[in-house]
Design a protein around this ligand. Structure first.
Ligand code: HDE
Length: 728
């Protein structure tokens, strides 16, 4: 049923997992041997002329081992190098046959295997998960009709309109070429130099400066196909379609200060979170959404459907939720699966086709090309993770690392010696036919004028944010541009921001110590060729967007109905009240949260009733930034210890600064009184005053747990940031 959460654990092997089985190796209980299968007698010493003599060339065992090691690395992805993957399944709720003939979207009985890879864009393979960046959201569907890759991002628009600018964009954002600084960050001169000269990036920059760029978890991000694609049905009718992924846990972010601290304390934060959720059976889920536009409506909007710097506001075309993606299995081997998986926007199946979006068209070239260098040749499709679940028959042969042993004499068509096989299939037999779009055009190097309004949707995005979200964007601009050393670049960006919002510009300008430009200036449009007729390139006057705001654009409007998989730390020390720990722990766990006991030392704490509670982390091995909420246990001795412990108090101060829900048993209140937010403790024990600040102090454990759970589900109390009195 649409929207229904899966509680059952999916344990059965899907077809792709079964197909991968013959390639799996498990050394358990086995003898070690060489790649030629010869058993090895000594894996600890190389062959030498005497025990103190030189190593011999003859040592084929040593040479084989070392040679393989020397060649272990492949080039990392030029973008999206840092990523994490998982297996899963997709199921459509109701047949979409009215719009598409794609089998995985029409057959409601099918469970289509998928492999998903999430990524950051700019950083290297070893960089931090919490960089302020776009996140990749690439899904490989292993369908019965072949592979469909939906290679999307967690933001619905892109920086540029034409693929020819992609190398420039990536060169600008990557570490600067002379000194390779900074890693995994856009806060530097070359990026903002480029952006300030590319007004078309303004909408995307709004998203990038928003909290979408610092997700709490991959499991709590939306995904978007970005381009407008085509659905084609069995009668060869076409519809424009935009793809969305809607996470059932809602869309949530961390605070920027939190992100930076996590980057130091646990750069694998998102990778670990995804891994642990799947290992513990909390399978991440998203619903696939589609916005469908009939062909007849192609020119209905005041933006161009082919322009990837634009969304279709959900108020104009609602998102229909048509199926569910569940990630239910971690990879067995990071390199073999997550690193070698090769996505390509050109991997489509009958029923899905392309549009003329110039960004999409360019990607169609780039993805195969990049796999050729990255994976070393044309046979990358034969790597286990990249193989379809149906057999491949064609006349492609040979090349580096060929795996398939093609039988027979013929590798050409037409042939008579091979009986004419393999043969083509008619559309009715499943043969892919490209949509017969009529094109009657002059060959030009131009951009359509319908692509020229760069600001209306940037404004729509900014205006749709809540007050704390707007403040976060102002802070992000101040941070990023503050790291830019060239003042002229900062000024040029302020010029662009004037096109979006006067107050935003003024606030950013203040943070940079600059004057806000007097009024909107039209920056030069650098999509214009050198010898162009300027009149043709006059931008369209910006039109007012149909909606003034779009609720879907603000994360403040996301679902906040669950604390499932949220991480909560119980702060306790020796002498803690056992009931206050156990009661809260079981209530939180019953609501789906993951609870850890954090104490001054590892091992166990001895409670007031002399029972032993195992400690998960000490203040040294944990940090408040790893948790969504904190709870201070009862017990006067424990409270006295924590109150006197600077690390415990810092834990609380920091969590408060990051706007997290905090609770204390009444006996632990003195610990909160030692913090910077002592004057923010609830005035009475009503639920209302607790939920105002997200600080719960109660004596009754059941009542405490119930109010605390409601508070945690709010995710963060962003309003709390305003006074900014907490220097943690
Ligand atoms: Fe990509 N992109 N991209 N991209 N992209 C790559 O392919 C490229 C774009 C996206 O987890 C590369 O295998 C061009 C938009 C994801 O393995 C490369 C253009 C969107 C991933 C490439 C774009 C994406 C990539 C690098 C402009 C969102 C990671 C390694 C025309 C809709 C997939 C690789 C994974 C990876 C090219 C723009 C998403 C070089 C030329 C827009 C999620 O081929």
């Amino acid at each position: 049923m649409p929207g229904k959460k899966t509680t059952s654990k999916l344990t059965e092997e899907n077809k792709k997992i079964a197909e991968l089985s013959p390639n799996k190796e498990d050394s358990n209980g086995e003898y070690i041997n060489t790649n030629t299968g010869v058993r090895i007698n000594d894996d600890h010493n190389s062959l030498k002329a005497g025990d103190r003599g030189p190593t011999l060339m003859e040592d084929f065992i040593f040479r084989e081992k070392m040679t393989h090691f020397d060649h272990e690395r492949i080039p990392e992805r030029v973008v999206h190098a840092r990523g994490s993957g998982a297996h899963g399944v997709f199921k459509v709720y109701e047949s979409m046959e009215k719009y598409t003939k794609a089998g995985f979207l029409t057959d409601t009985t099918r469970e289509t295997p998928v492999f998903v890879r999430f990524s950051t864009v700019a950083g290297s393979r070893g960089s931090t998960d919490l960089a302020r960046d776009v996140r990749g959201f690439a899904v490989k569907f292993y369908t019965e009709e072949g592979i469909f890759d939906l290679v999307g991002n967690n933001m619905p628009v892109f920086f540029i309109q034409d693929a020819v600018k992609f190398p420039d964009l990536v060169h600008a954002v990557k570490p600067e070429p002379h000194n390779e600084i900074p890693q995994a960050a856009s806060a530097h001169d070359t990026f903002w130099d480029f952006i300030s000269l590319m007004p078309e990036s303004t909408h995307m920059i709004m998203w990038l400066m928003s909290d979408r760029a610092i997700p709490r978890s991959y499991r709590m991000m939306e995904g978007f196909g970005v381009h407008t694609f085509r659905f084609v049905n069995a009668s060869n009718e076409s519809f424009f379609v935009k793809f969305h992924w809607k996470p059932l846990l809602g869309v949530h972010a961390v605070a920027w200060d939190e992100a930076q601290k996590i980057s130091g304390k646990d750069p694998d934060f998102h990778r670990r979170d995804l891994w642990e959720a799947i290992e513990s059976g909390n399978f991440p889920e998203w619903e696939l959404g589609v916005q469908i536009v009939p062909e007849a409506d192609e020119f209905k909007f005041d933006f161009d459907l082919l322009d990837s710097t634009k969304i279709i506001p959900e108020e104009l075309v609602p998102v229909q939720r048509i199926g569910k993606l569940t990630l239910n299995r971690n990879p067995d081997n990071f390199f073999a699966e997550t690193e070698q998986v090769a996505f390509h926007i050109g991997h489509v199946v009958p029923g899905i086709d392309f549009t003329n979006d110039p960004l999409l068209q360019g990607r169609l070239f780039s993805y195969t090309d990049t796999q050729l260098i990255r994976l070393g040749g044309p046979n990358f499709q034969e790597i286990p993770i990249n193989r379809p679940i149906i057999p491949v028959h064609n006349n492609q042969r040979d090349g580096y690392m060929r795996q398939t042993i093609n039988r027979g004499r013929t590798s050409y068509s037409p042939n008579s010696l091979g009986g004419g096989y393999p043969i083509q299939s008619k559309a009715a037999e499943g043969g892919f036919t490209s949509y017969t779009e009529k094109i009657d055009a002059k060959k030009v190097r131009e951009r359509s004028r319908s692509f020229f309004d760069h600001y209306t949707q940037a404004k729509l995005f900014f205006n749709s944010q809540s007050t704390p979200e707007k403040q976060h964007m102002i802070d992000a601009f101040r941070f990023e541009l503050g790291k830019v050393e060239t003042v002229a670049i900062r000024e040029r960006m302020l010029g662009i921001l004037t096109q979006v919002d006067r107050d935003l510009t003024a606030q950013v300008a203040y943070g940079l110590g600059l004057e806000a430009p007097a009024g909107p200036e039209q920056p030069v449009n650098h999509g214009v060729p050198a010898d162009a007729d300027q009149a043709h390139y006059e931008p369209f006057p910006p039109k007012d967007p149909v909606p003034d705001i779009s609720l879907a654009l603000s994360m403040a409007n996301t679902v906040k109905d669950s604390i499932s998989t949220r991480k909560i730390a119980i702060l306790a020390a020796d002498g803690a009240d056992a009931a206050s720990i156990n009661g809260a722990k079981s209530a939180l766990e019953a609501a789906g949260a993951v609870v850890e006991i954090v104490a001054p030392h590892l091992g166990e704490i001895v409670t007031n009733d002399k029972s032993l509670v195992p400690v998960d982390k000490s203040f040294l091995t944990a940090a408040s930034v790893f948790y969504d909420a904190l709870y201070v246990a009862g017990g006067v001795t424990s409270a006295a210890t924590l109150e006197a412990d600077a690390d415990a108090v810092h834990f609380l101060n920091e969590a408060y600064r990051h706007c997290k829900a905090i609770a204390a048993h009444a006996e632990g209140k003195q610990v909160l009184e030692a913090t910077y937010f002592a004057n923010k403790l609830p005035e009475d024990d009503s639920e209302e005053s607790a939920l105002m600040e997200g600080v719960v102090v109660q004596n009754d454990i059941d009542r405490l747990s119930q109010i605390f759970i409601t508070a945690i589900a709010q995710h963060r109390f962003w309003e709390r940031e305003k006074p900014r009195r907490v220097p943690a």
